[in-house]
Ligand binder design. Structure first.
Ligand code: G1P
Ligand code: ZN
Length: 543
């Protein structure tokens, strides 16, 4: 075994986005590509010497090979200890938990989240800090700067480590600890939730289906929902992780998890259904005959969390990303809680959680979480719903109806335009940004524009500023349209248009969502000129 330094060209990748660096798998497999990024991370955090890192991923194609290389590089760069999930598996929230629980200096999470996996699909790598959360904007910036000036990386000439067996070994002075990926996470869930109550609910005949989408939550959901809580065998669907997620798209939304949605909409479907994504941080919640939007889910969880032991003392505050609907704001107002509006991306919640300002947070993109880790957490959200259902003993539909009757309803939908010509997409945004000052007071379709701005965020904890985080158009009717470019797409530009229409509790609470949003959709089309500029008559994905 020997230490080697290999030269590399400066790393010309794009800036890591809100969720680390995502690229086509073949790009990550190019000699020196992964290595350059990993070395830049070590350099940016002031060396790996004496440090402990958690390493794991969602099991997608190249996961195992990448982990072996990161292990060699960590050892060569003088790391003290590496803690790895068995077979290289760790869900993102489980990795966050391990970093915190073991007092590690950080963690490497290998995933492209909900993007497909395979040699011709996507791969990703992100670095989380000692608090268990995604690297801050400034640290991410540092990775990039270091990568641009990198001329060599240091690794080992060494054989692969056996990751299939739990246990401790050694690699060039670095302790290599392979751990059960589920055990510590399950222990944390047991601390937060009343497992006995959920067990009783299931024993009384309440049925559930959880779709792991051939991704990382399979082993977690099987161990917790079936083995520990007593859901019948087979309640967890697609439970075995595969490198290409069964050739599917591990994105828990009504498009990609359609079989599950069809199941729960059928007369003999389960009482409750849920799905998670590639790396286990997202969730989709359904009840018999009803889909719960992520924005509504956050609001319901905020309103009911006190029923669960881990949140029995109430919430410190709540936060949502700017494009997420304001449903949770209404709950916060009634409960007298602080409510923060952050830019898109989980990392903005980290400071608020660390400072104890919030307990619950979430995004419209199927991410919900709390202060138990520093990532969104899919299975945790499912258990929170189940614990609430076990306490209230009413159906998901009844919970939603009761919620809307109490707080009013924020009809909400996101329209995605994928693989749009980047130049056109950017032109559309720039053009709109230039027109923003003239918009207030003018009419668009049947609506009158009240305010129009670019979202700017000043972190209330550290004062850091984030500019141009999406364009917001608020109408006098109380509806809202938001438009921004995705920071995670790998194929040209993805435009996200977010539509919201509030109806008070005495209004029409049971309309079809897209029907309720026709007015705001039309107004946003006129204001943004999106369809003309980008040659796109209609969205590719509506959620
Ligand atoms: C998307 C979601 C965002 C989420 C991120 C990472 O980012 O919209 O809420 O935090 O994935 O899962 P986007 O592609 O919109 O930049
Ligand atoms: Zn994810």
């Amino acid at each position: 075994m020997s230490l080697v330094s290999r030269s590399c060209t400066p790393f010309l990748g794009q800036k890591p986005g809100t969720s680390g660096l995502r690229k086509k798998t073949r790009v990550f497999m190019e000699p020196g590509y992964l290595e350059s990024f990993v070395q830049s991370i070590f350099n940016a955090i002031g060396s790996a010497k004496g440090k402990a890192f958690v390493i794991g991923g969602d099991g997608r194609y190249f996961n195992a090979e990448a982990i072996q290389e990161i292990l060699r590089m960590a050892a060569a760069n003088g790391a003290d200890r590496a803690i790895i999930g068995q077979n290289g598996l760790l869900s993102t929230p489980a990795a966050s938990n391990l970093i915190r629980k073991r007092g590690a200096d950080g963690g490497f999470i290998l995933s492209a989240s909900h993007n497909p996996g395979g040699i011709d699909a996507d791969f990703g790598l992100k670095f989380n800090g000692a608090n268990g959360g995604p690297a801050s904007e400034s640290l991410t910036e540092k990775f990039y700067t270091h990568s641009q000036n990198l001329s060599e990386y240091t690794t080992l000439d060494a054989d692969d480590i056996d990751l299939s067996r739990v246990g401790v070994s050694e690699l060039e002075g670095m302790v290599v600890e392979v751990v059960d990926p589920v055990a510590d996470y399950a222990a944390l869930m047991r601390e937060i939730f009343d497992f006995n109550r959920i067990r009783a609910l299931l024993a009384d005949g309440f049925t559930l289906s959880f779709d792991a989408m051939h991704a990382v939550t399979g082993p977690y959901a099987t161990a917790i929902l079936e083995d520990e809580l007593g859901a019948p065998k087979g309640s967890v669907l697609n439970a075995v992780p595969s490198v290409d997620f069964g050739k599917g798209h591990p994105d828990p939304n009504p498009i990609w998890a359609k079989p599950l949605v069809d199941l729960v909409m059928s007369p003999d479907g389960p009482d409750f259904a849920a799905a998670s994504d590639g790396d286990g941080d997202r969730n989709m919640i359904l009840g018999k005959g009803i889909y719960v939007t992520p924005s509504d889910s956050l609001a319901v969880l905020a309103a009911n969390a006190h029923l669960v032991p881990g949140y029995g003392k109430g919430l410190a505050g709540v936060a949502r990303s700017m494009p997420t609907s304001a449903a949770v704001d209404r709950v916060a107002e009634r409960l007298g809680l602080d409510c923060y509006e952050t830019p898109t991306g989980w990392k903005f919640f980290g400071n608020l959680l660390d400072a104890g300002r919030i307990t619950l947070c979430g995004e419209e993109s199927a991410g919900t979480g709390s202060d138990h880790v520093r990532e969104k957490d899919g299975l945790w959200a499912v258990l929170l719903w189940l614990n609430i259902l076990a306490e209230r003993r009413i159906s998901v539909r009844e919970i939603m109806q009761d919620h809307w009757q109490t707080y009013g309803r924020n009809y909400y939908s996101r329209h995605d335009y994928e693989a749009v010509d980047s130049t056109k997409a950017e032109q559309m945004i720039t053009d709109l940004a230039n027109r923003l000052p003239q918009l207030p007071g003018s009419e668009a379709g049947n609506l009158v524009i009240a305010t129009a701005d670019q979202f700017f965020y000043e972190d209330p904890v550290d004062g850091s500023e984030s500019k141009n985080q999406g364009i917001r158009i608020v109408f006098e009717s109380g509806s809202r349209g938001v438009i921004r470019l995705s920071g995670t797409g790998t194929d040209n530009a993805t435009i996200r248009l977010y539509l919201e229409q509030f109806t008070p509790s005495e209004g029409a609470l049971h309309m079809e969502t897209q029907t309720a949003l026709v007015g705001v959709a039309e107004a946003m089309s006129l204001i943004t000129r999106l369809h003309d500029i980008c040659d796109r008559p209609a969205p590719d994905v509506v959620t």
